[in-house]
Design a binder for this molecule. Structure first.
Ligand code: GLU
Length: 305
């Protein structure tokens, strides 16, 4: 597979998208970037191309990590009591199900309301704040000790995050948040501001593709049940309102973030992609084009059986 050629082809799609502007610090990112890192766990081979080592804000891809952490620490039963696993046809900040049907839990852990609930479940432990725990866990599961919080992006998110604030206070009023709205939001905004690379996300994808075990040293990082749960939710709702579209076109559990990152967990492969120009739904436009090429050429579609 010629990654450089695939990148050149997908690059042409960048002009169809735009960087996220609703978080001012993200608006300054150069849209003309595309990088990919591919970790073949079967042959233990790693290849990369383009902006594979560029750091970018993890944003919603962090929801996969906080979900895994919450499942590991609190168990699936507790997580299921607080957040659903249903697919949504609505935007990422929807609370329509709670509004219309009077349900007390968000649709799934990847809509913002669900992610804020997951973050609120993580509490201080042994003097470690929820953010410190998530940062340590992110470094571990991404096999990347350089992951750190970008203070400027965090401040930018916090300053302009009124929609997320409204969701958190709504959830608090409904009795769904276990911590205060402000402290839950602090965790959520900060985890979204962690800086990763394509390589970090490929490692995360590789752990998921390897049933929860780190392929680099054989240590089990999350249970098989947690890995399966995360991949299932990634498949059904990892790409916002377009999850169904890409389930048909790509067929690989994938999660995107508005920083332009994508993590994919395919049979035998962990994949990390970065390209910050987004489509209308908030997904990396060239990134998904590239993932589609990879899926076709490497036969990654899990539904082709
Ligand atoms: N921090 C972003 C927000 O809450 C994340 C959104 C995303 O990546 O989908 O709006």
């Amino acid at each position: 597979m010629n990654l450089e050629e695939a990148i050149q082809n997908s690059w042409r799609r960048i002009d169809e998208g735009q960087v996220a502007t609703y978080i001012p610090a993200l608006a300054d990112v150069d849209p003309y970037q595309l990088g990919v890192y591919l970790f073949n766990i079967k042959d233990n081979k790693r290849v990369c191309a383009g902006a594979a080592q560029t750091r970018f804000a993890i944003e919603s891809v962090s929801k996969v990590i906080s979900l895994l952490y919450a499942i590991e620490h609190l168990g699936l039963t507790t997580v299921n009591q607080r957040v659903g696993t249903r697919q949504t046809g609505f935007a990422f900040n929807t609370i329509l199900n709670m509004e219309i049907t009077r349900e007390t839990k968000p649709l799934n852990p990847f809509v913002n309301s669900g992610a804020i609930v997951i973050s609120s479940l993580i509490t201080e432990e042994n003097g470690q704040s929820p953010v410190d725990q998530l940062l340590a866990f992110t470094r571990k599961i991404c096999h990347d000790p350089q992951v750190s919080l970008n203070e400027e992006i965090y401040q930018s998110e916090a300053r302009t995050g009124d929609m997320n604030r409204s969701l958190a206070y709504y959830l608090k009023a409904k009795g769904t948040l276990t911590r205060s709205a402000t402290s839950s939001l602090e965790t959520y905004f900060k985890q979204c501001s962690f800086m990763v690379t394509c390589e970090s996300l490929a490692n995360l994808g590789a752990v998921l593709a390897n049933d929860g075990v780190a392929p680099w040293d054989g240590e089990r990082i999350v249970s098989s049940a947690a890995a399966t749960y995360a991949k299932s939710v990634m498949m059904t709702t990892g790409l916002y309102t377009e999850s169904g579209t890409y389930s048909v076109r790509i067929g690989v559990p994938t999660k995107s973030g508005v920083g332009g990152g994508l993590v994919a967990a395919a049979p035998n492969y962990g994949i990390g992609i970065f390209s910050p120009a987004l489509d209308q739904a908030g997904n990396s436009i060239a990134g998904l084009d590239l993932l589609e090429r990879l899926s076709q050429q490497l036969h990654l579609d899990i539904f082709k059986y």
